[in-house]
Design a protein around this ligand. Structure first.
Ligand code: PLP
Length: 449
């Protein structure tokens, strides 16, 4: 094993990190995580903290799930890889497709197309939605609608429907024909400080206006996260997704529910759409599908969509896929992870511990003026918006955000910084005591600010 200084130096010299400045490693050494147990991660200095990020919204079952580890290991010895392109299949992929479909049967999903992660799943959904309309004799339906503040990954398709300029502008020109509606973000929105239900109606009205303006016969799909995650844990009013479903139905637009974060229990139910009583036409998932133990994603299709492909002539063929689609080791991880997810009934713990975390942060908001807004209350997704002036809602400066983050880390919890937000999505297996440890580390972080 190389010594720690060597690791730091090689990191600074050779490793480029996603979503960061490649020069930053020289100035601001990253925390190098060397091991993890339960919900705790340990860095190379031996400092252990509760991982309130869950890796990256993904380690739903914590770091010590032996069943997933064993399934991966066993499969590696049986069949480490074989392609699942048409003409070949493998037993774990078949089992995984059944397991996933069974999980989301209540949402109307009947088919699974496996990918290597969330961005792939979104790309797949966008491409298949264009093909769906083409197969139905409507090839002009090529445009996409989405929400500001939404995050749908970093492929060109996903970046085009992303609703945060930071992920878009540097890489323009993106996909033409992508339009963004306001986010159901009550704290800041173009309509002023209004009640969430009224905000939902305003956005729905804006959607109708935009669809009419674009011409409904040009729009393929609308994609949204049931709860916006990376955008700051933005929870819409309970009416919002239903209103959007009605609009999609009226205009023949497919609805894609991006469940990469919300799927598999994180939102306190098995899917986010289920919270809002909505059945989407397609779902995209990743992350919790393997609890992060292996890179896998899936695009799920409803019967309405699947039928069109399956009953079409040769043009129903899908000329899309990945070398690692339905990877046998990944699929074995999916089967084990979903079976464990059901056995542990993580959605129930996510709902209870999510309420504890949300209530605890609300109590901190009474103590610290820098907390402008607390969002969550649906499972283990909590966002805290930090401001330097509560009345003016002035976003907190980056240096103070970093201080809060570092102090919380030293006090026992890894949280995630998103601009002037603190985002939390710990493993769904977390205990009451461990949630209290996160809250006291946050308390220390806010005190330092
Ligand atoms: N969609 C949503 C809602 C996400 O949160 C993410 C990642 O955080 C993605 C898509 C992209 O997933 P990945 O990073 O696995 O490509």
């Amino acid at each position: 094993m190389k010594d720690d200084n060597f690791l730091r130096e090689m990191n600074a010299r050779h490793l480029w990190h996603p979503m960061g400045h490649p020069g930053e490693a020289h100035q601001n050494a990253p925390k190098i995580i060397k091991s993890a147990q339960g919900v705790e991660i340990t860095d190379i200095d031996g400092h252990s903290v509760v991982d309130a990020v869950g890796g990256l919204w993904c380690v739903n079952l914590g770091y010590s799930n032996d069943a997933i580890k064993q399934a991966i290991s066993d499969q590696l010895w049986k069949l480490p890889y074989y392609s699942a392109f048409a003409g070949t299949s493998n037993p774990p992929a078949i089992e995984a497709s059944y397991a996933v479909q069974e999980f989301f049967a209540e949402d109307g999903m009947v088919r699974a197309f496996f990918t290597s992660g969330g961005s792939d799943s979104v790309e797949t959904a966008l491409r298949l939605s264009r093909q769906y309309h083409r197969l139905r004799g409507e090839p002009t339906r090529t445009k996409f609608l989405s929400l500001k503040k939404g995050y749908h990954g970093t492929h060109f398709g996903g970046a085009s429907v992303n609703g945060n300029n930071r992920f878009r502008i540097t890489y323009e020109p993106l996909l033409p024909g992508c339009f963004h509606l306001p986010s159901p973000y009550t704290y800041r929105n173009p309509f002023g400080a209004i009640d969430p239900e009224l905000l939902a109606q305003k956005i729905a009205a804006a959607a109708v206006d935009e669809i009419e303006f674009q011409d409904p016969s040009t729009i393929a799909a609308f994609i949204m996260e049931p709860i916006q995650g990376a955008g700051g844990v933005i929870v819409p009013d309970a009416s919002f997704m239903k209103l959007m479903r009605e609009i999609c139905d009226k205009y023949g637009i497919l609805m894609i529910s991006d469940e990469v974060i919300t799927g598999f229990g994180r939102s306190g139910d098995w899917s986010g759409a289920r919270h809002w009583g909505v059945k989407p036409d397609m779902m995209t998932c990743a992350k919790g599908i393997t609890s992060g133990y292996f890179p896998v994603g899936a695009t799920l299709l409803s019967e309405k969509v699947a039928d069109v492909f399956e009953n079409a002539g040769p043009e129903g063929a899908i000329w899309h896929g990945y070398t690692y689609s339905a990877h046998p080791v990944g699929a074995a991880a999916v089967v084990a992870c979903l079976s464990e997810t059901l056995r542990l009934d993580t959605k129930t713990n996510a709902a209870a511990r999510g309420t504890q975390l949300y209530d605890g942060v609300c109590r901190l908001a009474e103590k610290y003026d820098i907390i402008g807004d607390v969002r969550g209350g649906h499972g283990l997704m909590t966002g805290i918006e930090i401001v330097s002036d509560r009345d003016a809602k002035t976003p907190m400066d980056a240096a103070t955000m970093k201080r809060i983050h570092q102090t919380a880390y030293e006090a026992g919890a890894m949280v995630r910084l998103g601009a002037h937000n603190i985002l939390m999505s710990p493993p769904l297996t977390i205990t009451e005591d461990e949630v209290n440890r996160i809250l006291s580390a946050l308390d220390a972080g806010f005190a330092a600010a």
